[in-house]
Every structure is written in C-alpha cells, then in structure tokens.
Design a protein around this ligand. Sequence first.
Ligand SMILES: O=C(O)[C@H]1NCC[C@@H]1O
Length: 342
Amino acid sequence: MNLDRVITVVGAHAEGEVGRVITGGVLPPRGASMFEQMQNLERDSAWLRNMLLFDPRGSVNAAVNLITPPVRDDADLGMIVMESDYFVPMSGSNLICTVTAALETGVIPMREPETIVRVDTPAGVVEVKAECRAGKCRRVTFRNIPSFVMHRDRMIEVAGLGTFRVDVAYGGMIYCIIDATDVGVTLARHEARDLVGLGERIKAAAAEQLPSVHPENPGIHTINQTEFAGPLEVIDGVKTSKNAVVVSPGRLDRCPCGTGTSARLALLHARGTLAVGEAFRHTSILDTVFDCRIVETAQAGIVPAIIPEVSGRAWLTGVSYYGVDPEDPFPEGYRLSDTWFQ
Ligand SMILES: O=C(O)[C@H]1NCC[C@@H]1O
C-alpha cells in the first residue's frame, strides 16, 4: 500500500441521508470564528471535499463533515459541513450523523440516558440532546439557530416552465420553498429524477430574481437548495407534511432535511399555520421522519425569527481510511454527468 493524506472517516446516515464524519488525519482550519474557518477550509482545502466526495472515492449522494475544536468556550465540539457544491453553515442530517459518530466512537464522552452536546457551527451554536442507551446514541434532538422568512409569496419566472409562487426562508442555509402541487408532483419515489431537474431550475431562477442576504452575516447570501413542500395534513393529531429537498448539483435529500424543516417551520409560523410548541412531523421521500416543533420566537437582527427543534436518528455504517496513491491520476476525483447533474 502506498497512500498519502490518509484520512479516517466514520460512515453514517441520518434517516437515510449519508453524512460521513472525519475523525482523523485533517488539521483544523484557522479562523477566529467557525464561519471564518469554514470559508478558509473552502478556499484552501477544496481538495479535501473533492477527494472525499467526488468519484472514485465518493459519490453524489453524500456529504462529509469535519469535527474541529470549538471556537467558543461554551461549546463541546465544532462541525464544518462540506456538501458537493457548497460548504454550508449548518445541516440537520449532518449534525445528527456527526453527534452520533462522535459519541459512539468516543470523540466526546457519552452519558446515559442523555448527553447534552453544544456544537459550534458556522451558523452559530446548536444545542443537542442525545438520547443514549447501552453505548448507543438512539436519538438526536437539536435546537437550531434562529430561522426566518426572507421572501414571502413571490412570483418567479422559470425559463421554459412558467411563473411560480415561491417563498425563501433560512434555517441554517437558504431555501427556495415551492408547493409540490403547484408543479404537479406528489413527492413519490419514482419522481426523484424529475424533481432534481425541476428543483435546480427553480433554484437558479430564484437566486437570480430574489436576492437573499442574512441580516446578521452578509457572508450567507446564496439560495442553496429548492424545497418541494407537500400538502399539510393532520395524521394521528399531528400536523404532518412530506417534503423533498434538492441538494446541488442535483440529487434528493434522503431524509426530511433539518435545515429545510427549520426554514419551513419559520414559514408555517409566519403564515399563522403553526403555533409555538405545536408538534409538526416532516417526512422524506423515503417516508422517514423528523419530529419537530417551534421552541420559541426570536430575532435575527431586526428580522422576526423562530427557534426550531428537530429530532431524528442516525446509524453508523462503517469506518474507512481514505488516501491518495501518489501515482493516482485523480487525486481530487472527478464528476461525470451520468450520475452528477451538471
Ligand atoms: O438535514 C439537512 O439540513 C440537510 N440534509 C442534506 C441537505 C441538508 O444539508
């Protein structure tokens, strides 16, 4: 074996969504805040994301997370999320995978029946309650950062498709939210490929026509993803809805999407459809579940916001050592349009 840059990665998925977790072999990036560290990592170490996520070591369906020492004294661990196209301030499924991996592999001590972990993310500190039993993390519930609506009931023109009503909301990254029924989809599994093409076109149109900047952090200014919102129904007394988020460059989130859920909770609250404390169940294309509620109202600068609580589970899938043979012609991998939407 002849390998450079050997990196230890714990495999995991949260409610179906793959979130790999780096536990060794990468030094933490420099930076006075987690956001600055994320920007520095993206600028100086794109090779790391490329090596681990692009073919032939990775694939389009994953994200990879770096555990770092926290910047803030009141946090237990730092997390930087690398997705295929963006380094994002926060991600729900990746947080659930990261905390589960950190607890189950001993990066941080597990306390049963409950471990509280404060995770320093580029979006802010997220408080996590991990339910633990018999050495295993059974469920992760987190209080996300202030989430809020950026544009409400706006019409956008999507070239070749028509005019659609959308909302834009922030829940750790910025979402263009569109009613699934408005584009004639039911969010069934067989629609996955069509949803991806549609979602990427809607996102591009929204990004151009609806400039969106976080009121407290001008570095957060990109509509990252399209969220197709299914109809709201009451099932067993709980307001429930299916959703499908398109993760760029073009694949579906397999879980109900924690940051997309947070954005949707903000929108439902702004519309008067969901009250503080009321239960909300968000389901995914795979019918997996995040149980959620709005904990309280808050502010993001001068913008009214809510604090979402999202709860889901993750399972570890293995431990891998990735590396680069110095003679490998693809040290940073490649993307081909047969599986990578370009
Ligand atoms: O749960 C989330 O927030 C996400 N899952 C994949 C895409 C988003 O990062």
